[in-house]
Design a protein. Structure first.
Length: 73
C-alpha cells in the first residue's frame, strides 16, 4: 500500500499534469492520502504491471483534480 503523508496543499506537478490542465493545478485537500493496495503475485509483462497499478495511480490523480492517470491502457 502506498500512503502519502503531509501532502495537504501540495499538488501533482509534471509535464503530464501541465499538459492536461494547463496552469490550473489543484492542491491535495487532505494531509494523508491512502492509495489502493497493489498486489503482484508473479513476474509479468510491463503491460500487466501497468494494469495492476492503474487503480492506485488513478486515485492519486483523482485526488489532484484529474479524471485519471495517463498510464497506457
Amino acid at each position: 500500500m502506498i500512503s502519502l503523508v503531509s501532502v495537504k496543499g501540495a499538488w501533482l506537478e509534471g509535464s503530464l499534469a501541465l499538459e492536461q490542465n494547463g496552469d490550473h493545478l489543484v492542491p491535495f485537500d487532505r494531509n494523508i492520502l491512502l492509495l489502493p493496495a497493489i498486489v503482484m503475485t508473479e513476474y509479468a509483462s510491463l503491460a500487466m504491471y501497468q494494469q495492476n497499478c492503474q487503480p492506485a495511480f488513478d486515485a492519486l490523480w483523482n485526488a489532484a483534480g484529474f479524471m485519471s492517470s495517463r498510464l497506457p491502457r
